[in-house]
Design a protein around this ligand. Structure first.
Ligand code: RAM
Length: 542
């Protein structure tokens, strides 16, 4: 009996997993991805200043960098007595760091041990990394110990780094000789090559600055894929790609990079045809196994549609259409006969994200997002003349929209609220608006009601904030959209950002989804979207 059961199970697994949903397309997709891999532009960056990083209650994360002297003062400084120095490169850079060491008089009679700590923000180099209890690999933190066996010598650290500040500490040396550390250099790299158009002269200084830092953020994340963050996770995530692609359409316009990412994701999908949320490029491209994120799988479709709209590249979109079409089955699997998504079941089988925000109840957002994804996918089908292959969609999103109104809309308050939890969240209103379930008038009412409702679950990251701004625009709340963008991204600027962050809560500088704020990414893809808003909706933002 046991044997029969095992055999049946074996046969079942075989039929489920051994057949590839996409037949033999993967190899071609991977080849295409390789074909569109961009060249990296390398620029040598030199440090600007020696700084001190001091506690300051008013500064971001309570640390402030203050200039002491120009960086080359380091190069003649006998380091044995100095023991520690912090260098400021003056801007966020991503690349390979090198330094040289020479003795000041007597020959070196023993090795040196130096520790380098790299930080995207000042507090990161002041933080204590010992007793790390964060939820991600400790190794993301950028501290490196180097033993210098001979002097003079030039050393390049093997790891690619992302930083503005470097702290250098002397851990070990001989009492017999002194030395200088000099020629600090970073070979900075990016695949962003094009120069985006300048903004008109009458644009306000704040909007101009937000745009500049947004462009910088996007540029730093543009490597051989659109990375989520050049410090962490250094890889392609579909949700980040979707927003970067929007930014790219209105700035660098390097569509081959988007194309490469789309092919790479398709090639790395599961044999069942569903997309993995994230792909790692090195040493050879592979998906992060088991990482299935509901919205991200479907955002592939939206990203492909936007790409097609921007480029007219029907060939790519047609080749990847089967992937987009397959993702729709995710929604079909969970939609109940009453038109609502089976939120509970979906949550057991997929990662439902929407935001890094503890306690966010995602029931309404799931429904809204699903409708949005179906509608956008249908537009893609229309562009490609494939409506007949997804002829069920218009009926499906109409039914789901009806169910959403019936079950979630509280006419009295004008807010959308879930059935299983009465939490009032920004996310729920946003996704009811972006899905078109709420009319612009109802959307305006809902978004305005949020301002006067106590205990609203607010966005936790620029990721959800992006969709918030979009929903304000879609409801014609243009003044409010500009205010919100200026307050939020301008808030980061006022706290010293030279690239925009993964997580930002105006009231709490120390918040981290990973239980350790220095491991947050301070140059993060999903935070670049002011570039898209400012350049697309010129009448609203310029
Ligand atoms: C973060 C990643 C990425 C995001 C996922 C869901 O860990 O950095 O930006 O897409 O979360």
């Amino acid at each position: 009996m046991k044997h029969i059961l095992f055999f049946t199970f074996f046969l079942f697994s075989f039929s489920c997993f051994s057949q590839d949903y996409y037949g033999n397309s993967r190899e071609r997709w991977l080849q295409k991805a390789e074909m569109y891999k961009p060249e990296l532009t390398i620029t040598e960056k030199k440090p600007l200043n020696i700084v001190e990083i001091l506690p300051d209650d008013k500064a971001f994360q309570k640390f402030e960098a203050r200039k002491l002297s120009p960086a080359d003062a380091l190069y003649t400084l006998p380091f044995r007595e100095k023991k520690q120095v912090i260098i400021d490169f003056g801007e966020h850079i991503t690349g390979y760091f090198s330094f040289s060491v020479r003795t000041t008089g007597r020959a070196a009679d023993g090795p040196l041990r130096l520790k380098f700590t790299f930080g995207e923000v000042a507090a990161e180099v002041a933080a204590n990394f010992n007793d790390y209890k964060g939820s991600l690999s400790r190794a993301w933190l950028q501290d490196e110990t180097v033993t210098v066996m001979h002097a003079p010598q030039t050393i390049t650290l093997p790891r690619r780094l992302s930083f503005r500040y470097v702290k250098i500490e002397l851990l070990g040396c001989s009492p017999q000789y002194d030395f200088n550390i000099y020629d600090l250099c970073c070979k900075a790299q990016t695949s962003a090559q094009n120069v985006p158009a300048g903004l008109p002269e009458n644009v306000s200084p704040m909007i101009r600055e937000i745009d500049r830092v947004g462009l910088n953020t996007l540029k730093e994340c543009m490597q051989t894929v659109f990375e989520d963050g050049p410090k962490r996770d250094q890889r392609l995530w579909i949700g980040d790609l979707y927003l970067q692609s929007l930014g790219n359409i209105f700035s660098y316009q390097q569509y081959d990079l988007t194309k490469r990412c789309l092919y790479l994701l398709a090639a790395m999908s599961h044999t069942n045809g569903y997309l993995h949320a994230t792909v790692i490029e090195k040493p050879t491209p592979r998906a992060q196994e088991g990482q299935f994120l509901f919205e991200y799988a479907l955002l592939f479709n939206v990203c492909l549609k936007d790409y097609l709209e921007a480029t007219g590249d029907v060939e790519t979109a047609s080749e990847l259409w089967p992937v987009a079409k397959r993702q729709l089955d995710i929604i079909r699997t969970y939609v109940l006969s009453n038109g609502l998504m089976d939120f509970e079941k979906l949550g057991k089988e997929w990662w439902i994200f929407f935001d890094w925000k503890e306690n966010l109840h995602k029931e309404v957002a799931v429904q809204g997002f699903s409708i949005f994804a179906l509608k956008e996918s249908y537009k893609l089908a229309q562009w490609l003349g494939k409506e007949n292959e997804v002829a069920d969609l218009p009926g499906l999103f109409a039914k789901m929209s009806h169910a959403a109104r019936k079950n979630f809309y509280d006419k009295k308050s004008g807010l959308f609220v879930g059935i299983t939890n009465k939490q009032i969240s920004c996310a729920s209103q946003i996704w009811m608006i972006l899905s078109g379930v709420a009319s612009p008038g109802e959307g305006r009412k809902a978004l305005s009601a949020l301002d006067s409702t106590p205990e609203v679950c607010q966005p936790g990251t620029p990721y959800l904030y992006h969709y918030y701004i979009q929903s304000l625009i879609d409801c014609n709340m243009h003044r409010k959209a500009k205010e919100a963008l200026t307050d939020y991204w301008g808030g980061m600027l006022n706290k010293g950002a030279d690239t925009f962050w993964e997580v930002y809560n105006p009231g709490n500088d120390f918040i981290s989804p990973y239980n350790f704020y220095p491991i947050n990414s301070y140059c993060h893809a999903w935070s670049c979207t002011p570039v898209y808003f400012i350049r697309k909706y010129t009448e609203v933002f310029q």
